[in-house]
Design a protein around this ligand. Structure first.
Ligand code: GDP
Ligand code: ZN
Length: 458
């Protein structure tokens, strides 16, 4: 069942000059071969070669498309199965006709993510890498993209692998001592448990510290644009969204009507909250007034408070300023093209200068300063995706925390002089929890294998 043959259009749908249909499975070459007419039969093509030809309807002989086909035989393919890629240069209609013809031959339409799933099941990539591929597809910003790339490279997996290796060494050592329980050996073992347990736990902490950053990169910073009517909220939204990289995304798994709006500011994805309210063209004061700002505030990680610099502060604005002064806030003093009437000292008393930017959205000035202020808030110290391994997945975070707890138990037990085979149980749990992150479910057999080798050699 696992290797039934699947196909999908693997380039984005649209007018693009070229589209690729990817076919994977035991019968990929045979089934695609029935449609292909070229100098060489598809089934005779050597692996990793490309051939020009045409795709025909085998029933009628009608030519559907010109195509470049690539054959990649197992296991040297992304899925480790036989893979055929059919490159067509036509638009969506032609591509669909080719896909339909394949389906008629008994190829099954791939589910979302199924190629990656197969790569995992066939051992081509581990679980963190599979998850990273999915993130890669969804990456909403350059930074998130780089982080996802790192994970595909298996950087996180390597770090986890190294941690597990140290645990297994320790466990093997303990195993030997259970067999030869001499006193001095026991003492050595106890200090070894303390050393390894503490340092592995510290490294997990370090990975967990990157989690918050990773979450932001993945999900976008939830951002509220607030302020009283007519200060320039809509203008700010439009200015941010004019960036050519601005995207409107509907998050998979949510209902159709929950469409969230993302803008990319300096490589950081901002998820804009309540844009419906801001988008309102007729400024109905009651609707988009301060009340609405307050509700958007509750959910926001980042607040952009817009004030009109050409007017004096209202009581409501003073309240808003006080309410957000301890939050991650950037104050946008807009309409600098008009004479200043705002009591700027009152704002300066509450916010440091790097959190106040002046803009004229009408004249498109000050946006670079705003971008700088936002990136500074979230990347103080200039975090570079290239240097870091991010733990950004809720499942990973959960398992890391479990592993830490198991190590804590082991360390406590060790301190209290609990028998060593009891400590072994906690260490093993930590080892397994870390293994679960990378989808290593063969805990039982592997651990036995390693132990047998170790004890045999000693
Ligand atoms: P909102 O009600 O807070 O969303 O404010 P809008 O973005 O709808 O702007 C209200 C009015 O102020 C519009 O007529 C804008 O053209 C104008 N406006 C926005 N930014 C500026 C600016 O920097 N300078 C001036 N002079 N007018 C601006
Ligand atoms: Zn508006």
């Amino acid at each position: 069942m696992l290797n039934d043959t699947i196909a999908a259009i693997s380039t984005p749908l649209g007018e693009g000059g070229i589209a690729v249909i990817r076919v994977s499975g035991d019968e990929a070459v045979a089934l695609a071969g029935r449609l292909f007419r070229g100098r060489t039969k598809l089934t005779d093509m050597p692996t990793h070669t490309v051939q020009y030809g045409s795709i025909v309807d085998p029933g009628t002989g009608e030519k559907l498309e010109e195509a470049l086909v690539t054959v990649m035989r197992a296991p040297r393919s992304f899925t480790r199965e036989d893979v055929v890629e059919v490159g067509c240069h036509g638009g969506i209609v032609a591509v669909k006709r080719v896909l339909d013809a394949l389906l008629e031959q008994g190829v099954r339409l791939a589910e979302p993510g199924e190629f990656t799933k197969r790569a995992f099941l066939n051992g081509r990539i581990d679980l963190t890498q599979a998850e990273a591929v999915i993130d890669l597809i969804r990456a909403k910003s350059d930074r998130a993209f780089k982080v996802a790339m790192k994970q595909v490279d298996g950087k996180l997996s390597k770090r986890i692998g190294a941690l597990r290796y140290r645990l297994i060494e320790l466990m093997a050592h303990i195993e030997v001592n259970i067999d030869y329980p001499e006193h001095d050996v026991a003492e050595m073992t106890s200090s070894m448990i303390a050393d390894v347990g503490t340092s592995v736990s510290a490294e997990i902490d370090e990975l967990l510290r990157t989690a918050e950053q990773g979450k932001i990169l993945r999900e976008g910073i939830s951002t509220a644009i607030i302020g009283k009517p007519n200060v320039g909220k809509s203008s700010l939204l439009n200015a941010l969204a004019q960036d050519e990289r601005a995207i409107v995304t509907d998050i998979p798994g949510t209902t159709r009507d929950v469409i969230e709006e993302y803008v990319n500011v300096g490589g950081i994805p901002l998820r804009l909250l309540d844009t419906a309210g801001i988008r309102e063209t007729t400024d109905v004061v009651e609707q988009i007034g301060v009340e609405r700002s307050r509700s958007a505030l509750a959910d926001a990680d980042l607040i952009l408070l817009v004030l009109n610099r050409s007017e004096t502060l209202s009581e409501e604005e003073r309240e808003l300023l006080a309410a957000v002064k301890d939050r991650q806030t950037v104050v946008v003093l807009n309409k600098t093209d008009l004479p200043q009437r705002l009591e700027i000292e009152e704002v300066r008393e509450l916010f440091s200068s790097e959190r106040i930017v002046e803009t004229s959205l009408l004249e498109e000035r000050g946006l670079a300063d705003l971008e700088k202020a936002i990136t500074a808030l979230f990347f103080q110290g200039g975090i570079d995706a290239n240097e870091m391994t991010y733990v950004s997945n809720a499942r990973h975070i959960h398992l890391f925390k479990q592993a830490k707890r198991s190590l804590r138990d082991a360390l406590d037990a060790n301190e209290q002089g609990v028998p060593i085979d009891m400590i072994q149980i906690d260490l093993r749990a930590a080892w397994e929890q870390l293994g679960e992150i990378i989808g290593d479910s063969v805990a039982e057999s592997l651990i036995d294998q390693i132990f047998s080798q170790f004890c045999l050699g000693k």
